[in-house]
Design a protein around this ligand. Sequence first.
Ligand code: ADP
Ligand code: MG
Length: 690
Amino acid sequence: MQSDSALTSLKGVGPALAKKLEKLNVFRVSDLLFLLPLRYEDRTQLVKIGALIVGSRCLVTGEVLLAETVYRGRRNLLIRIGDGSGQLTLRFFHFSRAQQAQFQPGIRVTCFGEARRGASGIEMIHPEYRILREDQDAAINDSLTAIYPATEGIQQGRLRSLTDQALRQMADDPPPELLPAALTKKLGMPSLAKAIAYLHRPPPHADTQQLLGGTHACQRRLAFEELLAHYLSLRNLRVLAASKDAVALTNNGAAVDDFIDKLPFRLTGAQQRVVDDILRDLAQAHPMMRLIQGDVGSGKTVVAAIACVQAIACGVQAAVMAPTEILAEQHWRSFSDWFRPLGIESAWLSGSQRVAARRESLEAIAQGRAQLIVGTHALFQEGVAFRRLGLVIIDEQHRFGVHQRMALRDKGVTRDAHPHQLVMTATPIPRTLAMAAYADLDTSVIDELPPGRRPVSTVALPESRRAEVVERVRQACASGQQAFWVCPLIEESEILDYQAAEASYRMLSAALPDLRVGLVHGRMRQAEKERGMHAFKEGLIQLLVATTVIEVGVDVPNANLMIIENAERMGLSQLHQLRGRVGRGSVQSHCVLLYKAPLGRIAKQRLGVLRDTNDGFVVAQRDLELRGPGELLGTRQTGLPDYRIANLVRDAELMPQVQITAEALLKDSASPTAAIIRRWLGDAGQYGKV
Ligand code: ADP
Ligand code: MG
């Protein structure tokens, strides 16, 4: 097949460029076809400066009114241009003398860039620009410009010329159509070749709005196939696991019954149901692959502990992995408290452990003396060898990728058995997303909170009422309660993040001299963070000022007041997770969302959702609806892969059909599932390699 020829067969591609292209997963000419534009730029029309919308990338033309250099820590070149409808500042941090000399007042210039709000009105920072001759018009494109994923040392122009060549080859020799014709016909989807050609080079009459929004039929055609590829890959993992043997963890159930009897509380109905699911799975001679979804505070930990009791009673080791030291250590303590009276030996493993302690743990794990092992990522590192690992439990699954889950599982793979796997998550993602993220897992849901919990009562207040809120903190702490004061991440900047927390810490320490106030933020060393969290858990600190490092899983039942600053900037699901840190005891808990007025319409609705419900699934669904299409759910938050073209929020409605199609393909041994997976995930990206 011609289009599958080596990259170096293309004009202008030598070994060095071929190497760089490999970083973009492009190994053969046909791979270039699937190197899809990340987005499009609209240079098909000139925008009037007065009509610029902040945040949009636009083409404008204007006359230079003023050019000056100013010092803002370093030299800035500022060019003010106008077109009669308004004025715009072009700001350059890097510029040559020759560049500076170009911008003579009266000269016309056309530029393309993102409109931002600057110190003195709308600005573009380092726009692309061209000086226009007197008789010259701005060059307006007749179609959208495709923007490719960038990699160091390859310019957009080069990528465009390479894809041009690949598209020409494709015209003679299109890539194979892997979806059943009946399906594409039924869904009204264009052919693969047509979709590819269209998306790389949208024709002049293309529907700009659809393409920019990612909802064009050609985009959906490819997104469908990509989602299908990922789904098939996860399902393969599942099919493969089912074909493996596992130690059937079955006995008379006495150990588990005894453990449940001795708990200081009764399991909720939902917990009992999930425990039954797990025990049924564990009794099979094939590995369990089960996900527990349960809102924050629903009591997933004790369910995990019960699974461990069963495993250990059946003579295998159980490992529990958590994404942070704080969380792992919390599990370590809960499990040790529960298991020590039963004579179960536990071991702790973390990255920050001292050498001697680590050596001792490793030995206990290798010899099988340690029956329960709790830790962080350290659990699947080299040098950790288990004697007989039969059950793997992963908490807060969305913080780990599938590959990390596999790495821990691999620690328990022997010639004749695979370990059972249980993963837990508190991020309640809507069903369609769960389908894509967890296609290899059976799901159990803990949809009930322990009794006596009162929903956290939530209010939203403008910052102008801060003094009142501080007074409320004082009263709560004076009466023996504890409180969190959360300063969220601002503009993804760690420095600002920590400065905001420091400032609040100083303000609160000064305003509340009688309280013991502590500070924990992301820039502290791990040990310092731990110390702060512990002091709070032990009650030595009454008010903990923190950045979002406390987001995951920390259990301090005596903390029942939480203040969240800049709540209007945060995602709903994240706010819900944060709020889940309070409301763990039986006393009524409160959450105050402080916001900067005035609130936009969407922000108002979002804060309203939190006021109205404590149900994580409702919050997640509303989050999805309010963000609407076009906004990506962060992959880090969900453990979802990076897609090339699919967007799970925007394309969620494709999932049910993806699932149906995948199941049908899997039933037919002649179907090209392997080719579909390889096309989108490559050889290395496949999950299902064991
Ligand atoms: P999460 O699901 O967020 O991980 P945890 O497992 O940390 O929740 O449980 C939260 C708190 O609820 C813990 O203090 C735990 O001991 C308690 N808990 C769990 N199950 C019950 C129950 N059935 N009745 C009362 N308290 C419970
Ligand atoms: Mg938990």
